[in-house]
Design a protein around this ligand. Structure first.
Ligand code: PLP
Length: 293
């Protein structure tokens, strides 16, 4: 595998980072996961803007100018023979603080570490989309936004990992995290939606969650399908009484959820509006791909 490290592409064996790197020591960094459909990257500029916003929020200067990213992402795909008719690409950009002391004086500050990895994208198995998945509501609460904002896509990912461990212990697909008030936020790597009486509900960003790029597209698509949308604060009970539920993220798109905490959602099978929204997403996603060439 070819990996971009700081200023050049190197082989996996040569992609070495210092043990003093603050990303390794403290989870002091930011990242993005991006995908392609064939050769074209989905919502590229939105992902890159979110990377720069996350970096700004932790006072990290991304050492790659915005205009350079498209070339680097495509080179990462090309060198690894990805992003073609056979294989969609999963791209991960990581920017960490690097080695040195934390300081306000730029002359004393570290040089950030930049990594781009490109791997084949492996979406969940087709049968999971057909059957739907089960979730638990985690005991682990989502980070308090005033402590570590979930809007920052940070390499400090322990909050989500602790919730994911609960899902693994319960032998289910994923966990949902509640916020400090007991309201729903999101999955460990996804946003959550539910449908009740023909209306689509999703926790608002103020509940403390990552403003997912797929979430934004889904909300837009619900508008196109004339499905009324309500962003707000919701309790787990409202979700448990919903007719349908699903998760969204860049690599899985729309994943139907059929049970939460062992309790069936709707008829325990992917619901009609979930299917309609996913179909609309598949039929229209090309509108959100970068232009060819
Ligand atoms: N929420 C969290 C915590 C995530 O890690 C992710 C994606 O990785 C999402 C939501 C969904 O974001 P997106 O749709 O931009 O992939």
């Amino acid at each position: 595998m070819w990996i971009f490290l700081n200023d050049r592409f190197v082989t996996e064996q040569d992609a070495k980072i210092s043990v003093f790197d603050h990303g390794f020591l403290y989870g002091d960094g930011v990242y993005e996961t991006i995908r392609s459909y064939g050769a074209r990257i989905f919502m590229r500029d939105h992902h890159l803007s979110r990377l720069h916003r996350s970096a700004d929020a932790i006072g990290l200067t991304v050492p790659i100018p915005p205009s350079e990213w498209p070339r680097l992402l495509h080179e990462a795909m090309d060198r690894n023979q990805l992003g073609n008719d056979q294989t969609d690409a999963y791209l991960r950009i990581t920017v960490s603080r690097g080695v040195g002391e934390i300081g306000l004086d730029p002359a004393l500050c570290q040089t950030p570490t930049v990594v781009i990895m490109a791997k084949p994208l492996h979406p969940p198995a087709a049968e999971l989309y057909q059957r739907g998945v089960s979730l638990v509501i985690a005991q682990t609460r989502r980070n308090l936004p005033s402590a570590l904002s979930p809007q920052i896509k940070a390499t400090n990912f322990l909050n989500n990992i602790l919730a994911k461990r609960e899902a693994i212990a319960a032998r289910v697909f994923d966990a949902l995290l509640l916020n400090w008030e007991g309201h729903l936020t999101e999955g460990t790597v996804s946003n959550v939606f539910f449908i009740s009486q023909g209306r689509l509900y999703t926790p608002s960003v103020e509940c403390g969650l990552l403003d997912g790029i797929t979430r934004t597209i889904l909300l837009q698509m619900a508008g196109e399908l004339k499905i009324p949308v309500h962003e707000g604060r919701f309790t787990p009970e409202e979700l448990l009484h919903a007719d349908e539920c699903f998760l969204t993220n860049t690599s899985m798109e729309v994943m139907p959820v059929v049970s939460v905490n062992g309790q069936s959602i709707g008829h325990s099978t992917p619901g009609p509006l979930t299917r309609q929204l996913h179909r609309h997403f598949i039929d229209n996603r090309s509108r959100f791909l970068e232009p060819l060439g």
